[in-house]
Design a binder for this molecule. Structure first.
Ligand SMILES: [Zn+2]
Ligand SMILES: [Zn+2]
Ligand SMILES: [Zn+2]
Length: 148
């Protein structure tokens, strides 16, 4: 298992100002894996260290620097995940039943880098592929109810 990216180093090397709160947020994003909302991330900060608006601003900065990817759910809520080599670009699945957003298996490693080039001639800031339908849990539940 590869060790996770060093948050302080990642911020510094991308010209992003380093604060204890920022390092903590990046570490949580990375260690938890998967998708997380700004609200959830804010909950990991010690009380009074940074407000929710600050968290949103920081996330916007990370998205711009391509350190983090933003995925929008149909509920209008933005979800965030790491965009480093530990979490290559992959599609997502959104369940229209329970609203869950699930990470699907990654594109091939080399495609992850190349995927930004697909927007040939345009300046790509973010990439998002979302499949929508009924998740396996909701399907199982429907089957159960059908039996009952
Ligand atoms: Zn990483
Ligand atoms: Zn579901
Ligand atoms: Zn994901």
């Amino acid at each position: 298992m590869e060790t996770l990216c060093d948050a302080t180093r990642v911020l510094k090397s991308n010209g992003v100002r380093v604060t204890p709160a920022r390092v903590l947020l990046l570490e949580v994003l990375h260690s938890r894996g998967g998708l997380i909302t700004a609200q959830e991330l804010h909950g990991f900060l010690p009380a009074g260290s940074a407000d929710l608006v600050t968290v949103y601003r920081f996330l916007a900065l990370l998205v711009k620097a391509r350190l983090v990817r933003e995925v929008a759910g149909t509920d209008g809520i933005a979800y965030y995940e790491m965009a480093c080599s530990h979490n290559p670009v992959h599609p997502h699945f959104e369940c229209l039943g329970c609203g869950r957003l699930i990470c699907l298996p990654v594109f091939q490693q080399e495609d992850s880098e190349r995927v930004y080039a697909y927007g040939e001639g345009h300046e790509v800031e973010s990439v998002s592929v979302v499949f929508r339908g009924t998740c396996s849990e909701c399907l199982a539940k429907a089957t159960e109810e059908g039996k009952g």
